[in-house]
Write a protein that binds this ligand. Structure first.
Ligand code: AMP
Ligand code: MG
Length: 341
């Protein structure tokens, strides 16, 4: 059986060679859905101009229609195709961070269907840092609208196996590649106001943005900042494993005591309890810890479900660098947050 006709429940499994990417581009051009690797997580792509295909993304994922998609470009030159106004700051950031995990929110161009942006007058746009993704977009010839390639609410997919676990039989094809290197989604940065606002923390840190711009960057809270709209996706519970996850915050020593006593208590009730921090390797040097946590977080959550764990205990991490994105995902995944004083 040749690589291009291998299937999982009717979903084609494609390789990452040029001919497979050409095949994937053809599927997208004909209105199909293809999951493809990026440096953040796997995306589920449709041609941005094809409203029917875009609507099928929402159906396949079970995604609420008011949660907009990110538009993926193969070159910064395509910015003017998707935004009706591109401020200087966007070109500046594209030059410094693209290709890379930064999505910029800009005024939406007329030719971008409202369904892509959940009816908003803005569009989130990025250029992924992955050879396969860039080739796919370039060969398709139009930007690709793509949210993460998971069932809505589940941890995002960082390997093609995660994609198949969630979407086999619901999408036309998946391009098989290595695990995603960053492991959390892109930073969503709103550039439509006078001060840049991070609507969703992600692969580019607040510190990196502030250094690049030489100015303060704000981080939107769960309810939005100073009247600015939050990222619509942020209002949903997200990134959740099947097992309930308890997030424990507060001083390290006190957290440890609580984790130990909760573990003992629930184990005595016959439950299978796992600590997320012991799944994520603690031997990593402190400086690299948040990158490592980010890269392994979603896989670890999915693994714990696969192992049939009944309860996951997670501890707070430092919010410097990628730690802000990790904490944001843990808070969204948590069924309960316990703060020790
Ligand atoms: P996903 O691709 O699954 O990571 O989801 C895309 C994220 O980008 C969601 O949190 C969306 O709410 C956010 N997003 C996409 N477009 C916009 C926009 N125009 N304004 C604000 N947030 C957006
Ligand atoms: Mg997502």
């Amino acid at each position: 059986m040749s690589a291009s006709i291998r299937q999982a429940k009717g979903t084609l499994l494609l390789g990452e060679n040029f001919f497979s990417i050409e095949k994937a581009a053809k599927i997208i051009k004909e209105g199909g859905l293809v999951a493809f690797p990026t440096e953040t997580v796997y995306g589920l792509g449709a041609a941005v101009t094809n409203v029917e295909a875009v609507n099928r993304i929402f159906l396949a994922k079970g995604r609420p229609a008011d949660n907009p998609l990110i538009v993926h470009l193969s070159a910064p030159g395509q910015l003017t195709e998707v935004a009706n106004y591109v401020p200087e700051i966007a070109y500046n950031l594209a030059e410094q961070f693209w290709p890379g995990p930064l999505s910029m929110v800009l005024p939406r161009a007329q030719n971008i269907p409202a369904a892509v942006c959940a009816g908003l007058s803005t569009v989130a746009v990025r250029m992924p840092d992955h050879r396969v993704a860039l080739e796919l977009i370039r060969i398709t010839g139009v930007p690709i609208a793509a949210p993460s390639a998971n069932r809505s609410g589940k941890p995002s997919p960082t390997s093609f196996r995660h994609v198949l676990d969630d979407l086999a039989g619901k999408i036309d094809a998946v391009i098989k590649s290595k695990a995603c290197s960053v492991g959390v989604e892109s930073t969503v940065l709103d550039l439509t106001g006078s001060i840049p606002v991070i609507l969703r923390p992600g692969g580019i840190s607040r510190e990196q943005l502030e250094e690049a711009l030489g100015q303060k960057v704000l981080v939107s809270g769960a309810i939005g900042f100073a009247g600015r709209p939050m990222s619509p996706g942020m209002k949903y519970r997200h990134y959740s494993p099947r097992a309930p996850l308890i997030l424990i915050t507060g001083p390290e020593q006190r957290r440890r005591v609580l984790v130990k006593s909760l573990t003992d208590y629930y184990q005595q009730q016959g439950l299978k309890v796992a600590s997320l921090s012991s799944v994520i390797d603690k031997t990593t040097p402190l400086k690299k810890r948040s990158e490592h946590f980010a890269a392994n977080l979603y896989h670890a959550l999915r693994q714990l479900d696969f192992q049939g764990v009944d309860l996951i205990l997670a501890e707070e991490t430092d919010t410097a660098g990628l730690g802000l994105a990790v904490m944001n995902r843990l808070r969204k995944a948590a069924t309960k947050v316990l703060k020790v004083l």
